[in-house]
Design a protein around this ligand. Structure first.
Ligand code: PMP
Length: 428
């Protein structure tokens, strides 16, 4: 049998760090990454035959579980017709109509191939539309790895201790203003001094790349008001939250309408897909209607559209998201009770189908400084113990956890039982 450790060693020969995306490398963890052979429902199976209850779900897309039979069937049905044509296809219109129906803030939408492309394009569009260069983002929010947005970012950049990357020209980074999440006074101060230079604000409406940090009441509304007052574009990066926090995303959950929305993950059903869209007058600036250029050889790929549409139709069933949130509550309340019983300092935060575990004595975690003040080593120890017990959490203290509808009551109870063993080891 080939082990994960052997495969990792081999992978490191020709793949930087052995991975095609940094967080997968298990950096700082007590072991090398597991190599997955297949996945089904709530479970991952590694190359050594070990089964794991998975709370990563391919970093979000697998909201109905892995290898969803309906999604696979939809892809299979289109397979023999060809993989890509580089021409318009009817299924792209089906997807666009569906997205705009589910998220009424979007009059028009364009498909791309990743969340990174979606946010990068939305930023260019906001700049082109307003004729301004500066953008505001929040510390610890991750919007993919395009140059303008890789400034004080979260996710893997933060996990690896490099929230800002060499290779991003200072002359470009100077146009990215980074403020503290949930700090509306800082936003007001910023717009008061240079509001006429700011093209827009991009925000994760629930931050999921510095663990899970919901917006404080009024934060998103205040962003909306500031953008209105200064004719700036409000961009919600719903790559993670879209179709997960609620069917209509965080914008539906919190009742705030952005000008532009970025999507990814669930919208592609596990295929490489992203999308951005919003108000008609802004979207009409996109080429070929307008002068802001944006394109993609494989964009709107028919297999990817088939996967995404099938998944979106599936999770539109009434009650889907309530049931998902109930599962998250059962898991988080159960973990809290067990941590308390073991005398381990832990808090949980959640929004719909996503959650976060913070090893801290703080009552709440609302921003980057508080997130990074938590006990990262306690998280890593907890992660390792849970993995040994067959529970796969995101291998970083700065990532949100994702629930799926495939997680059964028994899966969650098994997770809680595993946590008792893990908390016992962590006890101070
Ligand atoms: N925005 C957010 C909020 C994300 O969570 C991510 C990825 N985790 C991205 C953008 C980038 O998406 P991708 O990895 O598909 O490029």
């Amino acid at each position: 049998m080939t082990t994960s450790a052997e495969l990792f060693e081999r992978a490191c020969r020709h793949i930087p760090g052995g991975v095609n995306s940094p967080v997968r490398a298990f950096k700082g963890m007590s072991r090398s990454p597991i190599f997955v052979e297949r996945a089904q429902g709530a479970y991952l199976y590694d190359v050594e035959g070990q089964r794991y209850i998975d709370y990563v779900g391919s970093w979000g897309p697998m909201i109905t579980g892995h290898a969803d039979p309906e999604v696979l069937t939809a892809v299979r049905e289109r397979l023999d017709s060809g993989l890509s044509f580089g021409t318009p296809t009817a299924i792209e219109t089906t997807m666009a109509d569906l997205i705009c129906e589910i998220m009424p803030s979007m009059d028009m939408v364009r498909m791309v191939n990743s969340g990174t492309e979606a946010t990068m394009s939305a930023i260019r569009l906001a700049r082109g539309f307003t004729g301004r260069d500066k953008i505001v983002k929040f510390e610890g929010n991750y919007h993919g790895h395009s140059d303008s947005l890789l400034v004080k970012a979260g996710s893997g950049a933060l996990t690896h201790g490099e929230p800002s990357s060499p290779g991003v020209p200072a002359s470009l980074a100077e146009h990215t203003i980074t403020l503290s999440y949930n700090d509306i006074d800082a936003v007001h101060d910023c717009f008061e001094s240079i509001g006429d230079q700011i093209a827009g604000i991009i925000v994760e409406p629930v931050a999921g790349n510095m663990n899970c940090i919901p917006p404080q009441p009024g934060f998103l509304k205040a962003l909306r008001e500031v953008c209105d007052a200064h004719a700036a574009v409000l961009i919600f990066d719903e790559v993670m939250t879209g179709f997960r926090v609620a069917l209509g995303g965080a914008q539906a959950h919190y009742g705030i309408t952005p000008d532009l929305t970025c999507l990814g993950k669930i919208v592609g059903g596990g295929m490489p897909v992203g999308a951005f869209g919003g108000k008609r007058e802004i979207m009409e600036q996109i080429s070929p209607l307008g002068p802001v250029y944006q394109a993609g050889t494989l964009s709107g790929n028919p297999l990817a559209m088939a996967a995404g549409i099938t998944l979106l139709e599936k999770i539109r069933q009434p009650g889907f998201h309530d049931a998902l949130a109930t599962r998250v509550d059962t898991l988080c309340d159960g973990l809290q009770a067990r941590a308390d019983a073991a005398g381990v300092e832990l808090i949980t935060q959640r929004a719909g189908g996503m959650f976060g575990l913070f090893f801290t004595a703080q009552q709440r975690v609302d921003n980057f400084a508080q997130a990074t003040a938590c006990d990262a080593q306690a998280f890593r120890d907890f992660f390792s113990k849970m993995l040994e017990s067959g529970v796969y959490l995101a291998p970083s203290p700065f990532e949100a956890g994702f629930m799926s509808s495939a997680h059964t009551h028994d899966d969650i109870q098994a997770t809680l039982t595993a946590s008792e063993r893990a908390f016992a080891v962590l006890r101070p």
